[in-house]
Design a protein around this ligand. Structure first.
Ligand SMILES: *Cc1c(COP(=O)(O)O)cnc(C)c1O
Length: 305
């Protein structure tokens, strides 16, 4: 589907949930909340299960919600919630969704390709990711892996013409073409990115590199007295949220600028209840980059005591 990752999520949510159907959103971050925004815009019936940003949605609670509300037909959830860096347990939630005979939709935007996901085995019906995260292509399209039967059943349900998932699939299936102007350069870059992933050793090797980046980063930050927001058990290998160092005069904007001028970019925090910043370690990032950034942060803190 042409567009950034959100277009893919919007395509699935607005194409596969019918007018008389209802969605349960498991949200615990900005991307889960964006799903709510999407269905509100489309006038799709929904309910939302909010979890604290540093906690994973509980499969038992999902089970309870599904048992108590037979109108719910679909459940959606983010895998790697990029807001915090937490890796949610989609396996146990998908299991409960299957047991209750509902449809499971996963936003795996920032994990697919960097974390192994046995999509069919776990019973995920629709999984969405984009060209520019762990696959390491350039931005411009998202892709959806779908349970074919459920995709076929969604025919005619789409609320949008350009985001009609079934129609896009049917057209591509017929003659291999995109319905509307294709993102040609992005497709070419994606092909190259897949070759590079293969050369690296596939998903296991990439996963390993990200995990090592992530562990080293957390270790280095701890040496500087900077603590991660997510506990070790739930921390994903993609991006890490850190609390501000305990120094009253700390300015994130100044630190950001200091690092940026020396060749790296980090992110501001996105969790609501604490002062945090984030460092992503996917893409062409290696051990030496992590050491370099850690050194820059150390220098900055020493100069700004
Ligand atoms: C990046 C991302 C998206 C999509 O964001 P876009 O800016 O539209 O590409 C959606 N969900 C998650 C979890 C993401 O990390």
């Amino acid at each position: 589907m042409q567009g950034s990752g959100t277009f893919g999520v919007e395509s699935v949510l607005t194409s596969v949930i019918g007018a008389d159907e209802k969605l349960l959103i498991c949200a615990k971050g900005a991307y889960g909340e964006r799903m709510e925004d999407i269905v509100k815009h489309a006038g799709i019936d929904y309910t939302i299960y909010h979890e604290k940003y540093d906690r994973v949605p509980d499969a038992g609670k999902v089970n309870e919600i599904l048992k108590n509300d037979p109108a719910i037909t679909h459940v959606s959830m983010v895998h790697s919630e990029t807001t915090s860096g937490i890796l949610n347990d989609i396996e146990s939630v998908a299991k409960v969704v299957k047991e209750n005979g509902r449809t499971m939709i996963v936003d795996a935007m920032s994990s697919f390709g960097g974390v192994d996901i046995p999509v069919g085995e776990w019973g995920i019906d629709f999984i969405i990711s984009s060209a520019n995260k762990c696959i390491q292509g350039v931005p411009g399209f998202s892709f959806i892996i779908a349970n074919k039967q459920k995709l076929i059943e969604s025919k005619g349900k789409a609320r949008s013409l350009s985001l009609d998932l079934y129609d896009q699939w049917e057209t591509m299936n017929k003659d291999g073409k995109w319905r509307f102007t294709s993102p040609t350069h992005v497709v070419l870059a994606f092909y190259q990115a897949l070759k590079e992933m293969e050369a690296e050793g596939g998903i296991p090797a990439r996963h390993q590199r990200y995990v090592e980046n992530n562990r080293l980063l957390i270790e280095k930050m701890k040496e500087l007295g900077i603590r991660p927001y997510i506990d070790e058990e739930h921390q994903g290998p993609i991006i890490t949220t850190f609390f501000y160092p305990e120094n009253a005069s700390f300015s994130f904007a100044d630190m950001y600028q200091y690092i940026k001028e020396r060749g790296y970019a980090i992110y501001s925090g996105k969790v609501t209840e604490a002062d945090t910043f984030r460092i992503g370690n996917i893409g062409e990032i290696y051990k030496e980059d992590i050491l370099k950034v850690s050194e820059l942060i150390k220098e900055f803190l020493e100069q700004n005591r």
